[in-house]
Design a protein around this ligand. Structure first.
Ligand SMILES: [Mg+2]
Length: 369
C-alpha cells in the first residue's frame, strides 16, 4: 500500500481523580486514582488510549516511546508494539513501562480504527455482540449500608446479575468481618445473582482453603487472588480443593507471565488487564494462550479500554465493571457504554475506534500534568 498514514505525534496528559469515599481492598488503600492518557495523531485524526498508573508512566511515554513510534505506519500496530518493547529493554518491561506501552498501543488501535472509520470491534472482527460485565467494588472501607446500596444498584437498578466484593481485609487479619460482609452481600443480592470475592492476595494458603469452604456455603462462585498471584503452586492447590473458580492474572505485564500461570494450572479463569499487559496487541495473544487450554479470559478493570477487544474473543467470560474506573471514565469521556441488563455492546452506535472522546472541560480540573 502506498502513502500509508504515519504517526505524526504522541502526546500525554495525566488526571488524578479523588475517590468518592476512601477505598481499600485486602492489601492496599487509596483515596485518589490516576489515569494516564495517551494521544497519537495522524494528520487531523487522533486516537486515544489510557492506563491507570503512576504519573511517571507519562514520562516513560515521552522519553522512551514517543520517538520510537513517531514516523511508523499508523496501520501496523504490532510493529509499533514490538519496537516499544525493544526500546524499554534496559528500563525493564514489567510494570510502568508495560503500562506506558499499553496506553500507546490502545491509542494506536483507536487511531487505526478511526482512520478506517470503523468501530474497533469491527476492525478486530467480532466473536460476539454482547460483552457480559460484573459489578465490582464492595471495598473493605464500606459500611454495611454503603455496601448494600452499591450491590443493589448493580443488581436491581442496572440488572447486572453478577457482583464482586473485596475480602482479605488488613492482610487477612479480619477474616470474621470478611465472612460477615459476604453474608450481608448475599442477603443484599438474593440467590439469583452470582457473588464473587477478591482477596487481593491477602490470605495464606491454609487460611484461603478454610475461608473457601465458608465462602462456598454462601454460594460464592469466584475466588480471586486468594493468595498472592505469584504463588502458582498454592493457587493450583486451591483450585483443586475448592468448588468455586480460582482466578488471577491482573498483574501480568508480559506474555510469558500468563503462559507460566496457565502451565501451572493455577486458574480456572485467566484475568488480564489490557492497560497493563502491553495493550490490545498483547491482550489478544494472552486470550489465545488461554483458549488453547480451554480457559476463559476476564478483563480486569478499565472497562472501556477492554470492551471492543473483549467482543473479539471467543473465550471471553466477562469484563470487570469496576466502580472506581467506571466513575472516572464516565467523568472524563463521552461515548461510555451502558451495562444495563448485565452486558455492554461496543460499537453498536457505529462510532469509530473505541467510541470515546475526552471532554476537556470536565477533565481539566483533574489534570496534574
Ligand atoms: Mg483483583
Amino acid at each position: 500500500m502506498r502513502d500509508r498514514p504515519t504517526v505524526d505525534d504522541v502526546g500525554t496528559a495525566v488526571y488524578t481523580v479523588p475517590t468518592d469515599t476512601p477505598e481499600a481492598d485486602g492489601t492496599l488503600a487509596w483515596d485518589t486514582t490516576t489515569l494516564v492518557l495517551v494521544t497519537v495523531r495522524t494528520g487531523t485524526t487522533t486516537g486515544l488510549g489510557y492506563t491507570y498508573a503512576p504519573a511517571a508512566t507519562a514520562h516513560v511515554v515521552r522519553e522512551l516511546l514517543a520517538g520510537t513510534v513517531t514516523g511508523l505506519s499508523a496501520l501496523d500496530v504490532p510493529r509499533a508494539n514490538e519496537r516499544m518493547c525493544r526500546a524499554v529493554r534496559n528500563a525493564g518491561l514489567p510494570g510502568v513501562a508495560a503500562q506506558a506501552i499499553a496506553a500507546v498501543d490502545i491509542a494506536l488501535w483507536d487511531l487505526k480504527a478511526r482512520l478506517l472509520d470503523l468501530p474497533l470491534v469491527a476492525l478486530l472482527g467480532a466473536a460476539r455482540d454482547d460483552v457480559p460485565v460484573y459489578g465490582s467494588g464492595g471495598f473493605t472501607t464500606y459500611d454495611a449500608e454503603r455496601q448494600d446500596r452499591q450491590l443493589r444498584g448493580w443488581t436491581e437498578d442496572e440488572g447486572i446479575p453478577r457482583v464482586k466484593i473485596k475480602i482479605g481485609e488488613s492482610w487477612g487479619t479480619r477474616e470474621t468481618r470478611d465472612l460477615e460482609r459476604v453474608a450481608r452481600a448475599r442477603a443484599s443480592i438474593g440467590d439469583a445473582a452470582e457473588l464473587y470475592v477478591d482477596a487481593n492476595g491477602g490470605y495464606t494458603g491454609g487460611q484461603a482453603a478454610r475461608a473457601g469452604d465458608a465462602l462456598a456455603d454462601q454460594g460464592v462462585t469466584w475466588f480471586e487472588e486468594p493468595v498472592p498471584s505469584d504463588h502458582l503452586i498454592q493457587l493450583a492447590d486451591l483450585r483443586r480443593r475448592l468448588p468455586m473458580d480460582v482466578t488471577a492474572g491482573e498483574y501480568g505485564y508480559t506474555l510469558p507471565y500468563f503462559e507460566h500461570m496457565l502451565a501451572a494450572g493455577a486458574v480456572d479463569c485467566l484475568q488480564a488487564d489490557v492497560t497493563r499487559c502491553g495493550g490490545i496487541t498483547v491482550w489478544l495473544r494472552v486470550a489465545a494462550l488461554a483458549h488453547a487450554r480451554g480457559i476463559d479470559v476476564s478483563g480486569h478493570c478499565a472497562p472501556h479500554a477492554h470492551a471492543h477487544a473483549a467482543a473479539a474473543l471467543p473465550n471471553l467470560r466477562h469484563l470487570e465493571w469496576f466502580h472506581d474506573h467506571v466513575r472516572i471514565e464516565r467523568l472524563l469521556f463521552d461515548g461510555v457504554l451502558d451495562p444495563g441488563g448485565g452486558s455492554v455492546t461496543p460499537g453498536a452506535d457505529g462510532a469509530p475506534g473505541l467510541g470515546l472522546s475526552l471532554v476537556a472541560e470536565r477533565a481539566e480540573p483533574y489534570r496534574v500534568q
